[in-house]
Design a protein around this ligand. Structure first.
Ligand code: PLP
Length: 392
């Protein structure tokens, strides 16, 4: 069962280059494979298990909900869905929430509401969506059309019409917004899949000002940066901007599939009955996971914990970088960190795994570190010790 050759024989489509590891159990910052080997998981299921694996507070609520109601569709009111929406809007700049099941669906909903808002509320013919080079917004046809990476789009042409990329963090090219006259821009404030690249605050401010000036919706994709990952509940708080639309998924359900598209009220009113929908979106189990995750995160100020732990890791990784011939630089925000290496990053990810530490890639030359936000000093020191062995 455990050799990679045998694992590859199962009829699961090879859409992922999977590591030869079968995981069967998780608790806190650790996961276990079929043979009982224990790994420090600094991937968090790709920025998803922000409270660690199987957090008691979420598990207890899910077990209780399992006895009550699993699914009923959005043709009926779901009390916990209303509560989760309420807590989300009380803690963000948005006014209303649409629930779905994944990040791609949340961005798909954002793209749809931007066009519907232009066509039915503003009553103009703008339909272009501007996104940025090296961005990642998902794998559906619309979200991959928005994604600024050719490798994600290759083989799926023609892309959808009306998507246009501008260079990320490039002040001058923002002036093109006035001529393109898009209905919306969508951006990540730290590009996750694209190499852990934080947005330059000056660039973000200019973008936000231009959006306001030209009546363009500012849509922030917080699918990877949200839910405390960068040291505040949402990354936009650190930039002093207020997006019109905000998308979430990953950490929102602690690993239970849920996505959300949040919008300010003037935008939200573009969606009326029949405009958009999802059978499963925000079902009783998903919103139970979301509500218990979010309430715990706020109660315990988990984003602040992430900020402090991020500072500790960043500081120590920078010291390591100054002594290592393999590391070019360290970048990121909170607990979304990237080690930019001079050669192939995959070999370092593999070496880490051989040392019972799981980390990720973000492109060919960046090792991406995504610890649970609840990780403690002992675990961080374990991680740093493996990093030292690998890079020194
Ligand atoms: N947007 C960003 C910024 C992401 O990081 C991801 C996933 O990595 C997505 C969208 C797509 O999310 P999902 O895989 O849940 O569809």
């Amino acid at each position: 069962m455990s050799t990679s050759k045998t694992l590859d024989m199962f009829p699961v489509m090879s859409t992922y280059g999977r590591f030869p590891l079968s995981l069967v159990k998780g608790k806190g910052s650790y996961v276990w494979d079929e043979e009982g080997n224990k790994y420090l998981d600094y991937t968090s299921g790709i920025a998803t298990c922000n409270l660690g694996h199987v957090p008691d507070v979420v598990k207890e609520q899910l077990v209780e909900q399992l006895q009550q109601l699993w699914h009923c569709s959005n043709l009926y009111h779901i009390p916990k869905q209303q509560l989760l929406a309420q807590v989300l809007i009380e803690n963000s700049c948005a006014d209303e929430v649409f629930f779905c099941n994944s990040g791609a669906e949340a961005n798909e909903a954002a793209i749809k509401i931007a066009r519907k808002y232009a066509q039915t509320v503003k009553k103009n013919d703008s339909y272009e969506i501007i996104s940025f080079t090296q961005s990642f917004h998902g794998r559906t046809m619309a979200t991959l059309s928005a994604t600024g990476q050719e490798k994600i789009q290759k083989g799926f042409y023609p892309l959808l019409e009306g998507f246009h990329n501008l260079p990320y963090n490039d002040l001058q090219s923002l002036d093109e917004l006035a001529t393109i006259k898009p209905c919306a821009v969508i951006l990540e404030l730290v590009q996750g899949e694209g190499g852990v690249v934080p947005a330059d605050p000056q660039w973000v401010h200019k973008l936000s000002d231009l959006c306001q000036k030209h009546d363009i919706l500012l849509m922030v994709d917080e699918i990877q940066t949200g839910m405390g990952r960068t040291g505040t509940l949402f990354a936009y708080e650190q930039y002093g901007i207020e997006p019109d639309v905000l998308t979430l998924a990953k950490g929102l359900g602690s690993g239970f599939p849920i996505g959300a598209m949040l919008a300010k009220s003037h935008v939200a009113k573009a969606f009326d009955p029949g405009s958009h929908g999802s059978t499963f979106g925000g079902n009783p189990l998903a919103v139970t996971a979301g509500l218990s995750t979010l309430e715990y995160m706020i109660q315990e100020n988990i984003p602040k914990q992430a900020l402090k732990s991020g500072e500790y890791l960043l500081e120590n990784l920078k010291v390591l970088a100054s002594h290592s011939d393999d590391i070019k630089k360290i970048r990121g925000k909170g607990l979304l960190l990237g080690i930019v290496v001079k050669t192939d990053a995959l070999s370092f990810v593999q070496k880490a795994r051989e040392n019972n530490l799981l980390v990720l890639l973000a492109g060919p030359n960046v090792v991406r570190i995504l610890p649970p936000l609840t990780t403690n000093k002992k675990e961080m020191d374990q991680f740093l010790s493996v990093m030292k062995d690998i890079f020194m």
